[in-house]
Design a protein around this ligand. Structure first.
Ligand code: NAG
Ligand code: NAG
Length: 431
């Protein structure tokens, strides 16, 4: 069975009636494909969820671009202060499972746990062997799942979704305010054996959101084996980097166009870091450079330039790194951290500096380019959004000189810096 025939719809009842799932007789698609199919299906039919997702991302990028720090944004981490503290709720004589089971606002999640197909999740949430944190969607959250069609999602999808709501260890709301990403209990082949992560952000009035749209509506419910936070939207495991880019044309249409025109194909990878330039980043290069890069003559240079934005097999989040740490330099307490990440451009590396100050993290590339939207979680890695195009430095200058912000780049300079990486065998004009 082709995976496209698996395009299914999710409804609240479908999620709670998974016994109707058709068992596939032929080869099972990878869980990551099933998740991708969910996004394809949902986004092509329901725009409401997507509009709010896109709005949050573009607002955040815009406010960062404006302030260059983004401290006022509703989607940037704030340093720890009061809020979400004090009151302890819950019942430390009961397990997470028992608390969910007896709570009148979490009946949908509880009924999933009581389904035989998902008994491993019930066991996990009932076991006192390890502490864990559960982000439990309220019954209202289940109602918000886009409603279309009535085919229930495959069991694998629901299982992955449940795992994605659990994070190992205890994370109180206070801890979350200074967190950027957290590992979940879900691991997929697309990220190697590493756990899929959850993006945490704190906004005004200490609103904490998980993966951009799921807001914590009730926090710090303590259990014998961990802690529970209630959320207002279900956490669906993320789509691929490529999908994320194609879904956000307001931000990435120029980048997408470049990928399409150059037919750049990203090799199979287990995780990866995509430094994705916004449309404003392209504009900042100036009209001449854009006209050149997107002309038939310039496409091979454009391809080289695009390759310089892709790192495969190494995934750099603002507070975690899945990859080889051979170039790593750290400083005690994790306040400063450096790594060189080889790109698809002949392994030419990008120098990454991660600086931590209280709850804030800045990621700076090649000494001057800041990541303006951090930790766009993808099934196959992470999307770090940048407001400037990364250009390989001049060979003979060594190091990474500062770029002049306000000046358009000279086309000859751009060509000189990319010349040695341009694919040979194509005469100018051939493309
Ligand atoms: C879980 O957390 C509690 C409270 O911090 C601690 O007392 C207990 O030892 C932890 N249990 C395990 C299994 O780590
Ligand atoms: C999920 O939790 C179980 C039980 O704690 C653990 O054995 C497993 O390794 C976890 N998986 C991931 C990907 O964290």
């Amino acid at each position: 069975m082709k995976y496209s025939t698996l395009l299914f719809a999710v409804t609240a009842t479908a999620l709670v009636a998974p016994e109707q799932v058709t068992i596939l007789d032929e080869q099972q698609p990878a869980v990551s494909d099933v998740i991708q199919a969910w996004w394809d299906s949902t986004l092509s039919r329901s725009t409401k969820l997507f509009t709010s997702l896109e709005k949050r991302i573009t607002d955040s990028i815009r406010s960062f671009d404006a302030s260059s720090y983004g401290f006022d944004s509703d989607d940037h981490p704030h340093p720890p202060r009061r809020g979400h503290g004090g009151h302890h709720r819950g019942d430390k004589t009961k397990t997470i499972y028992e608390l969910i089971k007896s709570n009148q606002y979490t009946t949908q999640f509880a009924s999933l746990l009581d389904n035989d197909d998902f008994s491993e999740i019930k066991k996990l949430l009932d076991s006192t062997e390890h502490n864990k944190t559960l982000f439990v969607p309220t019954d209202k959250a289940f109602e918000r799942i886009p409603h279309h069609g009535d085919k229930p999602p495959p069991k694998e999808f629901v299982l992955a979704l449940l795992k994605y709501h659990i994070s190992p260890g205890l994370h109180t709301a206070h801890d979350l305010i200074t967190s950027h990403t957290l590992p979940s209990n879900l691991s997929l082949d697309t990220l190697g054996s590493h756990p899929q992560r959850l993006r945490i952000s704190t906004g005004l009035l200490f609103t904490i959101r998980v993966n951009i749209i799921s807001k914590i509506v009730y926090s710090n419910i303590e259990a014998k084996n961990g802690i529970i936070h209630a959320i207002d939207h279900v956490l669906v495991p993320p789509p691929s980097q490529e999908k994320i880019i194609s879904l956000l044309p307001t931000t990435f249409s120029t980048f997408s166009l470049g990928l399409e025109k150059t037919e750049l194909s990203v090799p199979d990878h287990k995780g990866g870091t995509l430094f994705a330039p916004t449309n404003s980043a392209w504009r900042r290069l100036g009209p001449r450079a854009n006209a050149f890069l997107f002309s038939p003559r310039g496409l091979k240079y454009l391809k080289a330039l695009l390759k310089y934005h892709f790192v495969v097999d190494q995934t750099l989040y603002s507070d975690a790194f899945y990859g080889e740490k051979k170039d790593e330099q750290g400083v005690e307490g994790g306040k400063y951290w450096h790594v060189d990440l080889a790109t698809l451009l002949d392994d030419k590396a990008i120098a990454v500096d991660v600086k931590r100050w209280r709850g804030w993290v800045t990621i700076v590339l090649n000494g001057f380019t800041k990541v303006i939207f951090q930790d766009g979680i993808a099934s196959d890695g992470v999307v770090q959004v940048i407001g400037k195009i990364l250009i390989p430095p001049h060979e003979h200058h060594g190091g990474h000189g500062a770029e002049d912000d306000d000046k358009d780049i000279d086309v000859e300079d751009l060509k000189a810096r990319l010349e040695r990486y341009v694919e040979k065998g194509n005469e100018a004009g051939d493309l």
